[in-house]
Every structure is written in structure tokens, then in C-alpha cells.
Ligand binder design. Structure first.
Ligand code: SF4
Length: 729
């Protein structure tokens, strides 16, 4: 799978910098009474909410309440103690849809429990296991035993926890490894921070939060930043990138289930640490790093650009890691905010249940699906939700038998060319990495000469089909769409023109003020031969409202495709899955597709398209990972079973799942490997890494590897050339 690196879109609240300890490396702490007023807190929260920040990071000195001045201020504000004030801040954050993550230093069990009710996660750096570091002299709260006790109490209270080590504060390599080993002993550690020490100047009389915010604002605006060069103190120990790489590797080994965080603001070596296996870049806080104020975080945009060059995608996470988003680990109030605001981050947990009215796979469902009988919505839901390996194997076998009965053993493909004339689009689907605003530097629209040149290249290559689709260009009229078809036919009349998604047709109807029947009559006259059944996504308006609210509703999609079939144009039908949809929503999609096919018989094939998250808004900001190969294959079988005998051909998309998985899918109900494509912009721009072109020989080879004969077909499934198995020898 392609690699993702995560970050949390957060804002930092340094509620009190008053600290009981005197760590030599710290520029954050003060030993005077410091406490932000409630009005300041609310202002920060309001501005964070406006900017769609997801996490409030509450940072404080250790035990600020030890200071009489802080206690006095708390009493004036009506809080019994400092933790009560933090709880109040967290409640205000939750009200605004921000998830609190607190880092208050070493705490006792009672305080951890109070915070658990209002935080999504908590944190405490272990820093080091060494009790005798010079840097920690006069710092009673840096006692490693005390900090490990906090971690243990948090584990017992089931609090998702972030910890980590400081590197370069006078410890040896063995000390670092021992600290990692200690952290590996806690089941609640969701993430380990490997933080290299960077020397700071002293900030007497200044406010680090203000310095941090100013530095961050300037860096995010200009992209330019140079940190101060402060000599290393005597008690520190040198740190090299090789040291950090070894630590990343060891952290991965010791804590395989945890995120490995490296700060991208403390050294420019962080891309090497990502290459070594680091999985997270921390907060990228918009108001800077309050601990190292003159080292602002780069902006997500800056980081994304740098990672893209290495083929790594940057995506958001919540402060609580997915496996802890569960009632066992989170307070109800926090879970409610996640369900209401960040539902897409909740990991899918297939039901696998065998009881209950919904999601239960009835014993005879697979047999009836194999026989082609229609299934109830709840039964199709159960197929998509199934997790039991033996039931999934039964689904695979039934789908494979159904494929053999309906489509035979021959694996077909079409030699075609995709041609995306323009990627300018006004719709803005959250799952799309292809559509661009007109002014985007990545926007393009082909000239007519370019269009003709690409068609000629397709003919030379031996293509029989041209598949033309574009973004929804605000300037294009029905006449423009007709003219592309005419130009294609003038250039190569023998090519089958498979063109225009139902969304494009809806746009033509709107622009021309004509019903779909009349639009299709005109497109046919201009040369249209068949229609791609794209823009279907999931034919359930609840899903469509969440992922593409500006796109045509499900009923309009059906209306347009039905009009195409009425006009004598066959179409394919697609589904885009593996994002935020639920099994019952996919079941509804299959109900709509099957009902339409029973009315018109116009679908040539069903094409499952798994979601490519990497360069899309939905993937970046909603925490969606690429669907696993196993889930992809299970869904493939479920699609075949849900279709019954209504649509004989089921395709695997090698662009989405890779040729290897597509070849495996031939055992899961698939009989067709789609097209050679020649160019593929839609998935490529969303971050697909499976290539843009395959030769017929690649597809023939895949079929033969699966032990099946192959054949080149036309768009409408006439066989052009056979590649029997013996020919493979
Ligand atoms: S999916 Fe199609 S309609 Fe949606 S933004 Fe992308 S190009 Fe535009």
C-alpha cells in the first residue's frame, strides 16, 4: 500500500506556564504566577473553531497550582484547583467541536480521571529513564518513576496516551533504547514522540506563545524561516540523523501498533525520518510551537508538497488514534463530538455478526444469491459487512461460480484510450483529486489539435474505443460537447465513442434547458455510441450529501441513465466504495442498479471503483485510508452476488486496485479487466500508484496467470481476438 503520514490540525493553549520544575532545556516555564483568563481562552477557541481546527492541545507547566499566585487567580475565577480550570477549558472546546488533548505533566489517578471525561487523549513525555541527568536537576516532576506511575494509572483508567522521549539532553543511546522499551509496556500508548533537543535562548520577560505565533504566521505566509543558532550547552549530548533513524527503527520494532511522531520543525532531517518509518508529524499547530517558539511548524501545505516528492501522502488524524475511538476508551461527551463532527475518522468495524435483524448473514443468503435470486436489503448489507473468513470464502466461491455461469472462463478486456479533455470543474466533490478550479495552476483544457493528436495516437496503438470524460466546465455548452464528438468521429470514424458521465449530461441539460431524451438524441447524432456509468459514486443521497453535495442526486442519475438506455445507448455502471459509506448504503446502491437493469437491460458491465484517498479532500481531512486488498476482494464478491444474473459482466479496475489484486479478483467473480486506457488522469491525480497504461499483453498475461483464456473485446462485448491458454506457453 502507498504510505501515508499523518498530522493533527491543532491549536495550542498554554494555559499556565508556571512550573514547579527547573529543566535546563526549557524555554516555556516561568516561576512566576501565569494563567490565561477565561476570555482569552474563549477567544482562542472561537478562532480555532472558525479555522476548522480539530484538536485543542492544552500545554501547561508542571503543577502550576503549587504557586500561591496561581491559586489566588484560580480562586478569583471560581475554580477549586488548576485541573478544574482545565476541565472547564476542555468543555468549552468540546462545545465548539474541538477535541481536547491535555499535557499537564505528571498527574495522580484522580486528576487523570477528571480529565478523561472531557479529553479525547492525554499525554506526558517520559523524556528519559535516567534519574540523574544534569538537565533535570531541581526538577522533581521529572522523576522517571513518577512519570511511569502516571502512565500506568492512565492505562488502568483506559486513557489513550501519547508519550515519548527527549533526545540529546545528556543521555546515551542505550538510555534512549531503554526508555522506548519501557513505553512498550503500556497498552494505552497510541503514539511515541521522538523529540530531538534544540538549544534555545532564554525568553525572560517575553511571552513564548506570542513569539511562537508570530514565527508561525510569518513562516506559513512566506515559506521562509531560519531558526536561531544557539550554541549547545555542556550537559547536552549530540544527536545525528543516523541516531534518529535508529530510534525510529527501534520504536517501530518495540511499539508496532503505535504512531511514531517526529517534529518537522526541529531539524530539516524529518523527511529522512519519514523514509526510515516515522508515521506522524504531530500537531503542525497554526499558532506555532510554544515549547520551541522560534521553530514554527511548517504549514500542512508546505509539508504535503515536500512529502509528495517522495511519494508519501499527508493526511489528517484526530488527536485520538483510530483504534481508541470506542466507548471503552472515551467518555460519552467526547464520543458524541466525534460521532457528530468527525464520523469519517471512526474506523470501520465489519459486523461479522450472525444474529440480530441487520447485518446478519442468513444461512441461505449465499446459496440464493448464487442462484441469482433477489436478496433483501438486509441480506446485501450483511454481505458487505461480513468479516468471518469462512463466510467470505463461501461468498468467493459462489461469486466465482456465478461468474462462470454468466460469463464463462474467458477474461476480456478492451483496447481503449481515456481522454479527459479538461479537468476544470465547478462541482468540487470531496473525493476527487482530478477536478480543478479554473485558476488552479494544475488546470488544463486541451486544444482541438491536442485532442486530435491523442486520438491519432490511440488509432495507431490499435484502440477500438475512445472514452471521453471531463470535469464540469462552467463555459461548455451542449454545442461544445457535440463538437468534441464530431471532431473525434471526423478524426477516426471507426472508434467507438464512449463518452460523457451522467453528471456531464445533467450539466448539458441545465445549460441547454432540454430534457435528457433530447440531449441524448443530439449526442447520438453527433457520434455518441455509449455512455460511461460514472458519477454514480454511491446511489444513496445520504452518502452523496456527505461526499459530493453539489453532484446530481441519485434519482437524477437514474433518470439520465434510463434516458440513455431509451435512446438505444448502452452504458456501464460504477460504484465508488471504500470511503465513508456504510454497508447498508452500498446495499441500496445495488438495489437501485438491479432495479434499473431489470427495467431497461441497458448495462453492459458493473465496475467497482475503490476510493483512492491520497490527494483528495476526503482522504486528507477525513482520515480515510486506502481500502485493504482483502476488503476490496470481499466487496468484489459481494457486488457479483448482489447483482445476481442481472448484469453478466463484472470488471476489476487495475488502476484502482493494481494489476496483481485485479488478477486475484478473477477468482472473486470478475470476468473483465477493463481497458488499456493509455492515459489515466482521474485516479492518478487522486494519488493512485498503479500506473496509467497497460499493454494488451499485460492483461493477457494476467488472465493466463489466473489460469484463464483471454480475449480482446469491443465496448459492447463482441470478441475481436482470442488468446487461448495454450498460446501462453
Ligand atoms: S468527480 Fe467529477 S464532478 Fe466531481 S469534482 Fe471531480 S471532476 Fe468534478
Amino acid at each position: 500500500m502507498r504510505r501515508r503520514v499523518t498530522f493533527s490540525r491543532n491549536v495550542t493553549l498554554s494555559l499556565s506556564r508556571t512550573c514547579v520544575s527547573h529543566c535546563k532545556y526549557c524555554a516555556f516555564a516561568t516561576h512566576r504566577a501565569h494563567l490565561h483568563e477565561p476570555e482569552e481562552v474563549e477567544r482562542l477557541l472561537d478562532s480555532a473553531a472558525r479555522r476548522h481546527v480539530k484538536e485543542l492541545l492544552v500545554l501547561t507547566g508542571d503543577e502550576p497550582g503549587h504557586h500561591p499566585g496561581v491559586r489566588e487567580k484560580l480562586a478569583r475565577l471560581g475554580f477549586a484547583d488548576f485541573v478544574a480550570y482545565v476541565v472547564w477549558c476542555c468543555e468549552r472546546a468540546l462545545e465548539r467541536g474541538l477535541l481536547p488533548h491535555t499535557n499537564l505533566g505528571a498527574l495522580g489517578r484522580a486528576d487523570l480521571a477528571r480529565l478523561r471525561e472531557v479529553t479525547a487523549s492525554q499525554g506526558l513525555m517520559l523524556e528519559s529513564l535516567r534519574p540523574d541527568l544534569v538537565a533535570h536537576q531541581a526538577s522533581p516532576t521529572k522523576d522517571p518513576a513518577l512519570r511511569l506511575r502516571t502512565l500506568r494509572a492512565a492505562e488502568e483508567l483506559k486513557i489513550p496516551f501519547t508519550s515519548g522521549i527527549l533526545v540529546g539532553i545528556g543521555e546515551s543511546e542505550e538510555d534512549r533504547m531503554a526508555a522506548l522499551e519501557a513505553l512498550a509496556g503500556y497498552s494505552n500508548v497510541q503514539e511515541v514522540i521522538l523529540q530531538n533537543f534544540v538549544p534555545h535562548r532564554r525568553y525572560y520577560g517575553a511571552e513564548p506563545a506570542e513569539i511562537a505565533t508570530a514565527a508561525a504566521e510569518s513562516y506559513w505566509r512566506t515559506g521562509l524561516h531560519e531558526g536561531p543558532d544557539v550554541p549547545a550547552p555542556e550537559w547536552s549530548s549530540p544527536v545525528t540523523v543516523a541516531d534518529m533513524e535508529r530510534l525510529v527503527a527501534e520504536a517501530r520494532r518495540q511499539l508496532p501498533g503505535a504512531g511514531i511522531q517526529v517534529p518537522p520543525n526541529l531539524a530539516d532531517w524529518w523527511p529522512r525520518l519519514v523514509a526510515a518509518g516515522a508515521t506522524d508529524l504531530g500537531g503542525l499547530s497554526a499558532n506555532g510551537d510554544h515549547i520551541s517558539p522560534e521553530h514554527p511548524f511548517p504549514s500542512p501545505h508546505q509539508v504535503r508538497k515536500q512529502l509528495a516528492a517522495d511519494g508519501v501522502a499527508l493526511t489528517e488524524r484526530l488527536c485520538v488514534y483510530p483504534r481508541f475511538i470506542d466507548p471503552e476508551w472515551l467518555g460519552q461527551g467526547v464520543l458524541d463530538v466525534i460521532k457528530a463532527r468527525f464520523w469519517s475518522f471512526i474506523p470501520r468495524r465489519g459486523s461479522g455478526r450472525t444474529d440480530g435483524p441487520k447485518g446478519a448473514l442468513r444461512p441461505d443468503t449465499i446459496a440464493r444469491a448464487r442462484g441469482g435470486q433477489p436478496l433483501a436489503l438486509s441480506e446485501v448489507t450483511a454481505l458487505f459487512a461480513e468479516t468471518r473468513p469462512e463466510a467470505i470464502e463461501d461468498m468467493r466461491q459462489a461469486a466465482d461460480e456465478l461468474r462462470a455461469e454468466l460469463a464463462g472462463d474467458t477474461v476480456t478486456f478492451v483496447v481503449n484510450r481515456n481522454l479527459n479533455v479538461s479537468n476544470v470543474c465547478i462541482v468540487g466533490c470531496a473525493f476527487c483529486g482530478f477536478g480543478q478550479g479554473r485558476r488552479s495552476p494544475d488546470a488544463y483544457t486541451h486544444e482541438r489539435a491536442e485532442f486530435v493528436g491523442r486520438i491519432r495516437a490511440a488509432v495507431e496503438y490499435g484502440a477500438t474505443e475512445l472514452c471521453v470524460q471531463s470535469g464540469i466546465h462552467p463555459d461548455w455548452t451542449l454545442e461544445d460537447y457535440e463538437s468534441w464528438l464530431r471532431l473525434a468521429k471526423e478524426t477516426a470514424s471507426q472508434l467507438h465513442l464512449h463518452a460523457y458521465s451522467p453528471m456531464e449530461v445533467a450539466h448539458m441539460c441545465d445549460r441547454a434547458g432540454l430534457p435528457p431524451d433530447e440531449v441524448f438524441a443530439r449526442l447520438r447524432a453527433a457520434g455518441l455510441d455509449s455512455v460511461p456509468g460514472t458519477a454514480a459514486e454511491v446511489l444513496h443521497d445520504g452518502v452523496r450529501e456527505r461526499i459530493s453535495p453539489n453532484k446530481l442526486p441519485a434519482a437524477r442519475w437514474v433518470e439520465i441513465v434510463e434516458a440513455a438506455h431509451r435512446a438505444g445507448l448502452r452504458s456501464t455502471v460504477t460504484v465508488m466504495f471504500g470511503h465513508i459509506e456504510e454497508p447498508h448504503e452500498l446495499a441500496e446502491h445495488m438495489r437501485v442498479v438491479r432495479a434499473l437493469q431489470e427495467r431497461t437491460g441497458g448495462f453492459t458491465e458493473f465496475v467497482p471503483l475503490s476510493f483512492i484517498p491520497f490527494n483528495t479532500l476526503l482522504g486528507r481531512t477525513h482520515g480515510i485510508e486506502e481500502i485493504s486488498r482483502e476488503e476490496n476482494l470481499k466487496h468484489t464478491a459481494a457486488f457479483r452476488l448482489a447483482l445476481g444474473k442481472s448484469v453478466p459482466s463484472l470488471q476489476a479496475s487495475w488502476v484502482k486496485m493494481g494489476l496483481d489484486a485485479a488478477t486475484e479478483a478473477l477468482r472473486w467473480g470478475v470476468n473483465d479487466l477493463g481497458g488499456t486506457l493509455m492515459e489515466e488522469s482521474i485516479s492518478r491525480m487522486a494519488g493512485s500508484y498503479h500506473g496509467v497504461k497497460l499493454d494488451p499483453g499485460d492483461l493477457v498475461g494476467a488472465a493466463h496467470r489466473a489460469g484463464r483464456p483471454a480475449a480482446e473485446r469491443t465496448t459492447l462485448y463482441e470478441i475481436r481476438r482470442r488468446y487461448p491458454l495454450a498460446a501462453a506457453a
